[in-house]
Write a protein that binds this ligand. Structure first.
Ligand SMILES: Nc1ncnc2c1ncn2[C@@H]1O[C@H](COP(=O)(O)OP(=O)(O)OP(=O)(O)O)[C@@H](O)[C@H]1O
Ligand SMILES: [Mg+2]
Length: 78
């Protein structure tokens, strides 16, 4: 398993854009990819075409409720 973090202290510099496109490209190349979106803006989530609906469990649920396991907030996307 390889973990890739896209970081830059400055806002609006393309971090989410790189993360989404890297995830998509790796997946096209046959890799199993888990894209983790910790930003409350949810831009990476939107970027992979996932439609958030009110009430869905998210990574925030994992941090706020110790009963919720991380595998409950992993969703399959195209
Ligand atoms: N290579 C690029 N060329 C031109 N525009 C780009 C490029 N990469 C990203 N952008 C645009 O720049 C804006 C900011 O990109 P993005 O949201 O990926 O940045 P971010 O670093 O994740 O921002 P934030 O700090 O708010 O999370 C978006 O409008 C995006 O479409
Ligand atoms: Mg971002």
């Amino acid at each position: 398993m390889v973990t890739i973090a896209i970081t830059n202290r400055k806002g609006g510099t393309g971090k989410s854009t790189v993360a989404v496109n890297l995830a998509a490209e790796l997946s096209v190349r046959g890799k199993k990819v888990l894209l983790v979106d910790l930003d409350t803006q949810g831009h990476s989530t939107i970027g992979v075409g996932f439609e958030y609906k009110k009430g869905l469990l998210t990574i925030h649920s994992v941090f706020s409720d110790p009963e919720i396991e991380v595998d409950k907030v992993i969703y399959q996307t195209r």
